[in-house]
Design a protein around this ligand. Structure first.
Ligand SMILES: Nc1nc2c(c(=O)[nH]1)N[C@H]1C(S)=C(S)[C@@H](COP(=O)(O)OP(=O)(O)OC[C@H]3O[C@@H](n4cnc5c(=O)[nH]c(N)nc54)[C@H](O)[C@@H]3O)O[C@H]1N2
Ligand SMILES: Nc1nc2c(c(=O)[nH]1)N[C@H]1C(S)=C(S)[C@@H](COP(=O)(O)OP(=O)(O)OC[C@H]3O[C@@H](n4cnc5c(=O)[nH]c(N)nc54)[C@H](O)[C@@H]3O)O[C@H]1N2
Ligand code: SF4
Ligand SMILES: [Mo]
Length: 902
C-alpha cells in the first residue's frame, strides 16, 4: 500500500510516498508529483523507513508522582488528570504566567494550532514559544522590519531563473540538499549564472561557488554594507524604484558611505577585489536572488544580518519577479506553519501581533473568549530563565529536545531540574529532555500522524498517516485536546474547554485555522484538506475563490507595511557578542552534518547515517593543530567561558586558521558530554530574541586519556543485529557520562554494529568493564579472551556461527579501525583468532581500509573514489563504474571536490 506524506526533516518539504502493509512501514521514495522535490530525496529522507523501528520508541505514558521517585507506567487518563491538576494548582496559586509551553517547528500545523489556542485562548498565557526561536525568528523580524510581513516572497522555481545567487550563512548542500540539487541543475543548464557563497568555512556549498567569500564569523553586515556602497558608487541602485516603493534609503545610504570595500575587507578578512566583484555581479544581474539561513539568523544581530541582505534586493528593485528576491530557507519542516498559526510568544493566529490591541480583539472574537491577555509571553531563552528563577513552575515540552539544543546547557539542566512539573510529549524514549520529565507522553510521529505542513516557499502540503502508531501513542493534536479537556475539568471550566476544543479530526482544526486567516496576508480560506489532496500542495495566499496559489509576493511593488512601502533599516555593526582573547583564542562556529538531524533521536537510529561522520569532532585548521602539537584523531579538551568538553580533533582544509567548527548533533545520547551547547552562550538578538548559537570563543588543548577501551557488538541475523544494537545503545547511554571521553555509534549498513569507544584518565575499574560486558552481551561460552597483564592489554571476542559478533579491547585499541571494518564486512573469523591470542596490535592480514563512506545510497567510500580518481576517472566515469552519486545526489558536491583536489 502507498500513502502520501512529506519528509519530516528539513524545510525543503519534499513529498514522500510511504510504502507499507498497513502495519509496518516497508520503504519510502520521493513523490514524483510533489513540486518541492519532483521525486528526489536526500540521504536522510531516503532512509526514513529505517527510523521507524519500535525498539526505542516511547510506547506508554510514564508518570512520576513524587519528586525523586522513578517514573512508572501510567494510563492516559490518569496521566493527563495528574498533569491537569498540577497545571491548575500552579495557575490558581501563581497565575497563568507561571505555566509555559515550549514547542517545535516539527509539529504539524493542526498540532500547533490547538496548543496555541490552549495557552493563549484558554489558559491566558503567552508563555508559548518554540525552537523556531533558535532558528527562524531573526528571519521573521527581518522580513517584518523591511517588507512588513513574515512572508518569504520567493519560490524554489526562482532557482531556475536567477542569474546571480548569493548564498549567505547557509550550507544547503548539507542542510537543504534537494533544493541544492535544483541549484546545481540550474547552474549546469546555465553556466553563466553566478553563485556567490558567504560562509567562514569552505563547505560543499562554497566549493561549488564561482566566488566564495570566507568572511570572519559575525562580519556579514559589513560585507553587505560594502556591497551596497559599491552598488551606489557604480550606479546599480534603481533610484526611481527605491523612491516610489521604499522608505529609509537615505539613512542607509549615509551609513554605508564610509564602508568602502577596503574597510570591509579589513573587517571581514576577505580580498577587496572579491567584494567589488560580488557587487558587480549582483548589481548587473537581471535576476539577483539571495538565500540565507542560520549563519545569519543565529547571531546577536541576526535581524540586522537579514535586513542588510534584504536591502540588497530592495536597492536594485528586484523583488517579486521570477528569479529575484531575498529568500530565507526555513530550517524545520513546519516552522512556517507554526508562525502562521501564531506559535511564538509574541504572535497570535494568522500573523497577528500580540502587541496590537485590535489583533487581540479579533482573536478573542474569533475564538469566542472574553479577552486575549496583553501581557507579553516569554521567548525561549527567557522562558527557561524564568523556570530557573522559579517564576514559571509548570512546563509543557512537545516535539523538541531543549536539554540538547538550547545554548548554555548547564542553565537548562538547572531549570529543568528545579521545575515543579515538567511534561514531555515525545516520540522516542531516552532523549536528553525526557530524563527531566515528571510526565512522559508517547506521541505518534512520521508515517503515523496526519495534518498539514508549510515549507520554505509557503507551500502547504497534506500529510497522511500510513500506519497506526505503536503502543499507546497518540497524535500530538489529540494529546493537546485531551489535556485541554482535563485542564478544563481541573479548573472547573469543563464546558468551556469542550466548546473551545471540539475537534474530531485534523480537517476541522485546519478549517478553523483557515477561517482565521480571512483577509490576512496569508489568506488560505480557499484551502481545505480535501482540496490539498485533490489539487496537490499549494502556496499561500490562496483566498476563497482562487484557482491557484501564489508563487511570488510583492510583484506590484506594494508591500505589507502600513503605507505599502518597503523599509530600509540601518543595521548595527557590532560583531560577535563574545570576543576572543589569549585564554580563548579560537572563534568557534556550529552547524549541521549532511546525514544527521539535530539531537539524532531519529537519524541516530540508522547505522548507515553514521558512515559519513561517525563521531563527534572539532574541526581545526592544520596550523592550529601543529601549534598545539595535535595529530588528526587525537582527543582534545575544548573550553569556553562556560565549560569544557572532550572531543576528537579533525584537521580540516574547510576551516581557516583561528577558527573551529563543531556539529550541533552530538549530545548525551552518543557522547560523554552534552556536546557543543555545553559551551555556547545564551546572548540574544534584541529584536528577534534569537540566541547567538553560531559564535563563541574557545581554547583547544591536548588531553591525555591513556586508558582506552573499545567495545563492539553485532549479531548473526540482520534484524536481530539492528534491534539489539538500538536496545543496547539505550541501556548504555546513561553510562557515557562516567568516562572522561566516550562515544556511542553505529557502524555497518544492513547489519548494525554497535560501537562504544572509551578514553579515561585513570584505569577502568574491572567492575565497570564487567557491567559493560553484560550490557553489550559480551559474555558466555562463545567468548574468547586473552589478557596480557604486563602490558595491561586485554582482548575479548565473541564468535557466533563463524562470525565475529562481539569484541572488547582494553589497553590497546589501535586495531579499532580494521576490526570495525572486519565486523561490518562480516569476514570469517579465522584471521581474528590468530590475532586475538597474540600480543600484536597489527592486523593479521594486510587489508586496504575503505575509509569514510561518501556515497551513502551506493555505499562507496572516500578511498575507493580517491583510487579511481588517481587512475584518471572523472565524475561521469565514477558514476558509471562505482555508481557513486547516481541515486540521491547528496554526495555529488563532495565527489567533485575529491576530483578537484586530486
Ligand atoms: N542534515 C541536516 N539538515 C538540516 C538540519 C539538520 O539537523 N541536519 N536541520 C534543519 C534546520 S532546523 C535548520 S535551521 C537548517 C540550518 O541550515 P544551515 O543554516 O544551512 O546550516 P548550519 O550548518 O547550521 O549553518 C550554515 C552555515 O553558516 C555558517 N556560518 C557560521 N557563522 C557564520 C557567519 O558569521 N556568517 C556567515 N555568512 N555564515 C556563518 C556555518 O559555517 C555553516 O556552514 O538545516 C535544516 N536541515
Ligand atoms: N549549537 C547549536 N545549537 C542549535 C543549533 C545550532 O545550529 N547550533 N540549531 C538550533 C536550531 S536551528 C534548531 S531548529 C534546534 C533543533 O533542536 P530540537 O528541536 O531540540 O531538535 P530535535 O532533535 O529535532 O527535536 C525534536 C524532538 O521531537 C521528537 N519527535 C519526533 N517526531 C515527533 C512527533 O511527531 N511528535 C513529538 N511530540 N515528538 C517528536 C524527536 O524525537 C526529538 O527528540 O536546535 C538549535 N540548537
Ligand atoms: S531535502 Fe532531504 S531532509 Fe529535506 S525534506 Fe527533502 S528529503 Fe527531507
Ligand atoms: Mo532550525
Amino acid at each position: 500500500m502507498e500513502t502520501r506524506a512529506t519528509c519530516p526533516y528539513c524545510g525543503v518539504g519534499c513529498g514522500v510516498i510511504i510504502q507499507h502493509d498497513g502495519q509496518r512501514v516497508i520503504d519510502v521514495r520521493g513523490d514524483p508529483a510533489h513540486p518541492a522535490n519532483f521525486g528526489r530525496l536526500c540521504t536522510k529522507g531516503a532512509t526514513l523507513h529505517l527510523t521507524t523501528r519500535p525498539e526505542t520508541r516511547l510506547l506508554h505514558p510514564e508518570l512520576r508522582v513524587a519528586r525523586d521517585a522513578p517514573r512508572a507506567r501510567a494510563g492516559w487518563s490518569e496521566a493527563l488528570a495528574h498533569a491537569a491538576t498540577k497545571f491548575a494548582d500552579v495557575i490558581r496559586r501563581d497565575g497563568p504566567g507561571a505555566v509555559g509551553f515550549y514547542l517545535s517547528g516539527q509539529l504539524l500545523t493542526e498540532d500547533y494550532y490547538v496548543f496555541n489556542k490552549l495557552a493563549k485562548g484558554f489558559i491566558g498565557t503567552h508563555n508559548l514559544d518554540t525552537n523556531s526561536r533558535l532558528c527562524m525568528s531573526s528571519a521573521v523580524t527581518a522580513y517584518k522590519q523591511t517588507l512588513g510581513a513574515d512572508a518569504p516572497p520567493c519560490a524554489y522555481e526562482d532557482f531556475d531563473h536567477t542569474d546571480c545567487l548569493l548564498i549567505a550563512g547557509a550550507n544547503p548542500a548539507y542542510a537543504h540538499p534537494v533544493a541544492f540539487r535544483r541549484i546545481e541543475a540550474a547552474k549546469a543548464a546555465r553556466p553563466d549564472m553566478k553563485i556567490i557563497v558567504v560562509d567562514p568555512r569552505r563547505t560543499d556549498t562554497a566549493a561549488c561557488a564561482d566566488l566564495h567569500l570566507a568572511i570572519l564569523p559575525g562580519t556579514d553586515v559589513w560585507l553587505f554594507n560594502a556591497l551596497l556602497h559599491v552598488m551606489l558608487w557604480e550606479g546599480y541602485v534603481n533610484r526611481p524604484w527605491v523612491r516610489q516603493h521604499t522608505e529609509g534609503f537615505e539613512a542607509l545610504r549615509d551609513a554605508v558611505r564610509d564602508v568602502t570595500p577596503s574597510v570591509a575587507a579589513g573587517i571581514c578578512g576577505v580580498a577587496e577585489a572579491d567584494i567589488v566583484q560580488a557587487a558587480h555581479w549582483w548589481g548587473q544581474a537581471r535576476a539577483p536572488l539571495s538565500l540565507w539561513c542560520m549563519g545569519l539568523n543565529q547571531s546577536h544581530h541576526g535581524t540586522h544580518n537579514g535586513t542588510a541582505l534584504i536591502a540588497l534586493s530592495l536597492a536594485v528593485g528586484k523583488i517579486g519577479q521570477p528569479g529575484c528576491g531575498p529568500f530565507s530557507l526555513t530550517g524545520q519542516p513546519n516552522a512556517m506553519g507554526g508562525r502562521e498559526v501564531g506559535g511564538l510568544a509574541n504572535l497570535l493566529p494568522a500573523h497577528r501581533e500580540l502587541a496590537n490591541p485590535r489583533h487581540r480583539e479579533e482573536v478573542a472574537a474569533f475564538w469566542g473568549v472574553r479577552e486575549i491577555s496583553a501581557t507579553p509571553g516569554l521567548t525561549a531563552v527567557e522562558l527557561f530563565e524564568a523556570v530557573r528563577a522559579g517564576q514559571v513552575r509548570a512546563l509543557w515540552i512537545a516535539c523538541t529536545n531543549p536539554a540538547h539544543s538550547m545554548p548554555q546547557q548547564a542553565l537548562i539542566r538547572e531549570a529543568l531540574g528545579k521545575c515543579e512539573f515538567v511534561a514531555v510529549q515525545e516520540a522516542y524514549a531516552n532523549t536528553e529532555t525526557a530524563a527531566f520529565a515528571d510526565l512522559l507522553l508517547p506521541a505518534r510521529t512520521w508515517a503515523e500522524k496526519e495534518g498539514t505542513v508549510t515549507n520554505s516557499e509557503r507551500r502547504i502540503s497534506r500529510v497522511e498517516a500510513a500506519v497506526a502508531g505503536p503502543g499507546e501513542t497518540r497524535a500530538d493534536w489529540r494529546i493537546a485536546c485531551d489535556f485541554a479537556h482535563a485542564l478544563g475539568a481541573a479548573l472547573g471550566r469543563e464546558a468551556e474547554a469542550r466548546r473551545l476544543f471540539p475537534y474530531e479530526d485534523t480537517a476541522a482544526i485546519f478549517a478553523e485555522h483557515a477561517a482565521s486567516t480571512r483577509g490576512r496576508d496569508l489568506d488560505i480560506t480557499g484551502l481545505s484538506h480535501a482540496r490539498l489532496v485533490a489539487d496537490g500542495p499549494q502556496q499561500w495566499p490562496f483566498p476563497a475563490g482562487a484557482t491557484h496559489g501564489t508563487p511570488r509576493l510583492y510583484a506590484d511593488g506594494v508591500f505589507a507595511t502600513a503605507n505599502g512601502r518597503a523599509r530600509f533599516v540601518v543595521p548595527v555593526t557590532t560583531l560577535t557578542a563574545e570576543t576572543t582573547d589569549a585564554r580563548f583564542p579560537l572563534r568557534l562556529t556550529t552547524g549541521r552534518l549532511r546525514d544527521q538531524w539535530h539531537g539524532m533521536s531519529r537519524t541516530g537510529k540508522s547505522a548507515r547515517l553514521y558512515a559519513h561522520a561517525d563521531e563527534a569532532c572539532i574541526d581545526l585548521a592544520a596550523p592550529d593543530c601543529e601549534r598545539r602539537g595535535l595529530r588528526d584523531g587525537e582527543l582534545v579538551r575544548v573550553s569556553s567561558r562556560r565549560g569544557s568538553i572532550v572531543l576528537r580533533v579533525r584537521t580540516s582544509a574547510e576551516i581557516r586558521p583561528g577558527q573551529a567548527f563543531v556539529a550541533m548533533h552530538w549530545g548525551r545520547n552518543v557522547l560523554s558530554s552534552s556536546g557543543i551547547n555545553e559551551l555556547t552562550l545564551n546572548h540574544v538578538d534584541p529584536d528577534s530574541r534569537q540566541p547567538e548559537l553560531k559564535h563563541l570563543a574557545v581554547q583547544v588543548e591536548k588531553v591525555e586519556l591513556p586508558h582506552q577501551a573499545l567495545l563492539m557488538r553485532s549479531a548473526v541475523e540482520a534484524d536481530t543485529a539492528n534491534g539489539l544494537a538500538l536496545e543496547r545503545a539505550a541501556a548504555l547511554e546513561p553510562w557515557l557520562c562516567r568516562f572522561d571521553h566516550a562515544t556511542l555509534s553505529l557502524a555497518g549498513r544492513d547489519h548494525a554494529v554497535l560501537v562504544l569507544r572509551i578514553a579515561h584518565a585513570t584505569p577502568l575499574p574491572d567492575a565497570w568493564l564487567a557491567e559493560l560486558d553484560a550490557l553489550m552481551g559480551l559474555q558466555g561460552e562463545h567468548c574468547l579472551a586473552y589478557t596480557d597483564a604486563r602490558r595491561a592489554v586485554s582482548k575479548k571476542a565473541l564468535v557466533e556461527e563463524g562470525l565475529l559478533t562481539g569484541l572488547r579491547l582494553t589497553g590497546e585499541t589501535a586495531a579499532a579501525g580494521w576490526l570495525t571494518e572486519l565486523m561490518t564486512g562480516r569476514a570469517p573469523t579465522d584471521a581474528v583468532r590468530r590475532w586475538l591470542f597474540a600480543p600484536l596490535a597489527q592486523p593479521p592480514v594486510e587489508r586496504a581500509s575503505r575509509g569514510r563512506i561518501v556515497c551513502n545510497c551506493k555505499d562507496v567510500s572516500e578511498n575507493e573514489i580517491r583510487a579511481a580518481v588517481a587512475a584518471g576517472a572523472d565524475l561521469a566515469e565514477l558514476q558509471r563504474t562505482l555508481q557513486c552519486g547516481t541515486s540521491c545526489g547528496s554526495c555529488v558536491p563532495e565527489i567533485k571536490r575529491l576530483i578537484g583536489n586530486a
